[in-house]
Design a protein around this ligand. Structure first.
Ligand code: CTP
Length: 398
């Protein structure tokens, strides 16, 4: 944690008193800490305590009433390596999940460029309320991390889930986060994403509904963990910019194969999320096809299987992940693809699971490895699915 910049947001709940201990632990680990407090939190712990322990001024208002100085929330958001909000009350959660920015903390949340980690704390009924639950899901689906509240005695005298995670637990979470940050720094990852388009004539093609979201989220997550990424993508609206990213934009399966053949030998990991067209028109007409007859027959021929090529040309040191989208006998089909294409891991999506599939922001996956171990996950945002896939790769190879 040495030298890590922790921007710490404190909101107004009784658990705010624990933040004094949290700051001490962070300072012991040689992190830099700057704190933003909501006005309500100042009733629970004195800003002077927080300023003294963090060895920095505390930010509460948009401007300093004494000297008229403005606090730049954009600059604060840029300063942190991480924005940790602890404790996060139900009220502040409702604000940040809905874009309110009526205090310095919520405005900084909107402008923060760094990852955000929240540690909620509230009474058990507030914590288990549907509204709180859906607000937590909203921010989680945006890629924020949630350190769940713990079970135990609450300030109300009731016992249940709602206690702020212990300062030690929060520090361990941060340490894990920072150790993940560069966990793939020695690795180059090849990713295929999006659909392919197979030309029929100059203005028409055969394509599919793949949005490219899953492959791009995986690329994004690998980049944030320090990997170099070579992303080969069919036409999509997704955008990604990063100094460690090389992006090849292709249209057809044949072009995708060529780029994979060029790059695979230089990569340690391959994740093939593209929805490659299995067939393409045998002949591509040079002029637009005019409508004449009642029926039109287009003869299709088989496309190369890009993933199978990578599997065939895989060395001992390479780890290859494929996707399998199934409508029936999902597990059987996925397992045979894992074997036939010489994969180390396969990600199964089945359209039998609601919310999984092409156009959705969410996905529900099952991971099957070479030893037939199956791990099934809940329905999640594609960003979180990307994390699950990469965590599994990490456990297998690092
Ligand atoms: N894939 C590929 N090249 C192809 C077809 C598929 O690289 N021509 C990859 C996909 O990116 C995915 C995996 O293979 O990782 C599974 O694709 P899928 O279409 O589900 O399987 P197929 O082997 O094509 O089998 P089928 O269409 O019969 O289910």
């Amino acid at each position: 944690m040495k030298g890590k910049r922790i921007l710490l947001g404190i909101t107004g709940g009784i658990a705010a008193y624990k933040i004094a201990f949290l700051i001490r632990l962070l300072k012991k680990k040689e992190a830099e800490v700057r704190c933003i407090m909501t006005p309500a939190s100042c009733d629970f712990i004195a800003p002077l305590t927080i300023a003294t322990l963090s060895e920095n001024p505390v930010y509460i208002d948009f401007w300093n009433h004494k000297n008229g100085e403005w606090t730049n929330h954009v600059e604060l958001g840029m300063w942190g390596d991480i924005f940790l909000i602890a404790p996060l009350t139900a009220n502040s959660l409702a604000k940040i999940s809905n874009g309110f920015c009526d205090n310095l903390l919520s405005a900084t949340y909107l402008s923060a460029k760094c990852p955000v980690i929240v540690a909620p704390a509230m009474d058990l009924d507030m914590y288990s309320h549907e509204t709180t639950d859906s607000n937590l899901k909203i921010i989680e689906n945006r890629g924020n991390f949630v350190i769940p509240a713990e079970f135990g005695e609450l300030a109300s005298g009731l016992v249940g889930q709602g206690r702020l995670a212990e300062p030690e637990t929060i520090v361990t979470f941060l340490e894990d986060y920072f150790s993940n940050e560069n966990s793939f720094s020695e690795k180059t990852v090849l990713i295929t994403a999006g659909p392919t388009q197979e030309k029929i004539d100059p203005v028409r093609f055969i394509g599919n509904n793949s949005s490219g979201k899953m492959g791009f989220r995986i690329a994004d997550e690998f980049l944030s963990r320090g990997a170099k990424v070579i992303l080969i993508s069919g036409p999509t609206n997704e955008k990604l910019h990063h100094p460690n990213l090389t992006l090849f934009e292709i249209e057809s399966a044949q072009e995708m194969l060529e780029k994979v053949q060029m790059n695979w030998k230089n990569c340690e990991i391959g994740v093939f999320a593209a929805a490659v067209a299995d067939y393409r028109p045998k002949n591509v007409e040079s002029q637009k096809i005019k409508k004449k007859e009642e029926e039109l027959t287009i003869t299709l021929i088989k496309n190369p299987d890009v993933l199978a090529w990578a599997g065939k040309n895989k060395t001992e040191k390479q780890f290859l992940v494929g996707f399998s989208l199934e409508t029936n006998n999902a597990f059987e089909h996925a397992k045979s693809k894992l074997i036939n294409k010489n994969l180390d891991l396969i990600v199964l999506n089945t359209l039998e699971d609601e919310g999984a599939g092409f156009k959705n922001e969410t996905n529900r996956i099952h991971l099957i490895d070479k030893n037939n171990k199956i791990t099934s996950f809940e329905l999640k945002s594609k960003s979180l699915v990307a994390k699950d896939i990469i965590d599994c790769i990490k456990d297998s190879i690092l």
